[in-house]
Ligand binder design. Structure first.
Ligand code: TA6
Length: 310
């Protein structure tokens, strides 16, 4: 046996919490905690971290981990009567030893299946029975894929909102632009969720932003000029995309450093405007795929169209 590390390893993380590490042969890796079913790390084959994780993140219930990819379910934000972003992000998930098969069989070994089922206490605050399965895969090129499958095992229909609250690591928020959301309608969380239409070119950042873009394309590019890196985010089953950077408000967030907003950007595939309704026996699937590619320059300009169309 060589000294090679296994593609999937279950071990202890911060505060002794259980975590799963995925490794791909070329060197990329990902880590996720059973607490929250929460991806906290995604590294490329140079070992560079691609997700933002706050240095002040608290790995202790009931606080959700600040950074990585928290799962917002069964409610996004304050769009309902539950606590902000629902409760899946601060519950203990389990390893799903026997997940139902996916239609396409993959030979990829770096994946794990997690499951979250509501407890008696959870049923008191949201009285619906379901199974929430999450598969996290690290692709051969280092791409990170999350697939959620939520099945109604109740006798009545229920509705929920959802988001992959993805914190990307960026070199400097002032040097980042998002392509793919221009000219779309959005709800502005900073203006009582009023609806506006985005004007002009790509989205750039010079102050706090908290917007829910509606009816977004399946592919969005996040271009980090300084790092010469583009994140390509692909999504399925999730029509909306939330864009958040707290800017100076970071000072009022206890588990976020005052200046850390400069190095994070949340772009969150979501279903918010129209809740998803599942009848008894029905299953919903929502997918996020992230890749990080070197940005291509042409005449000194980034060419995001090539990324979006490629
Ligand atoms: O997704 C954006 C948002 O809903 C913002 O309004 C902001 O509050 C952020 O999520 C973080 O929420 P949290 O509950 O994790 O502090």
């Amino acid at each position: 046996m060589s000294g090679e590390k296994p593609p999937v390893e279950i071990c202890k993380g911060v505060n002794g919490l259980d975590k799963v590490v995925l490794r791909e042969v070329r060197g990329s890796s990902a880590e996720m905690y059973l607490y929250g079913g929460h991806v906290t790390s995604w590294r490329n084959d140079h070992g560079e971290e691609l997700l933002f994780l706050s240095t002040k993140a608290i790995f202790k219930p009931p606080k959700a981990i600040r950074g990585g990819i928290p799962i917002c379910f069964p409610q996004f934000g304050s769009h309902g009567n539950l606590d902000q972003h629902g409760f899946a992000r601060n519950r203990f998930w389990s390893i799903d030893a026997n997940p139902p098969p996916f239609p396409t069989v993959s030979t990829n070994k770096a994946f794990t299946d997690l499951i979250f089922k509501p407890s008696e206490e959870d049923l008191k605050i949201w009285p619906h029975s379901y199974e929430f399965r999450l598969r996290i895969t690290l692709g051969p090129g280092g791409d990170l894929m999350l697939t959620s499958r939520i099945r109604n095992i109740d006798t009545k229909p229920f509705s929920f909102t959802f988001a992959y609250h993805t914190y990307l690591s960026v070199s400097d928020i002032s040097e980042v632009r998002i392509e793919g959301l221009e000219t779309l309608d959005y709800l502005d969380n900073l203006k009582a969720k009023e609806r506006f239409t985005e004007q002009g070119d790509a989205i750039t950042f010079e102050a706090e932003v908290d917007k829910i873009y509606l009816g977004t394309p399946t592919k969005i590019a996040i271009i980090d000029h300084e790092k010469k890196r583009t994140f390509v985010l692909r999504k399925d089953g999730l029509p909306d995309a939330v864009v958040w950077n707290p800017w100076e408000k970071a000072k009022s967030i206890a588990d976020l450093g005052d200046d850390e907003y400069k190095h994070m950007l949340c772009v969150e595939p979501a279903a918010v405007e129209k809740a998803i309704t599942l009848k008894p026996g029905e299953e919903w699937k929502g997918r996020l795929e992230l890749s990080a590619v070197p940005s291509s320059y042409r005449s000194g300009q980034l060419d995001p169209q090539r990324v979006l169309q490629g």
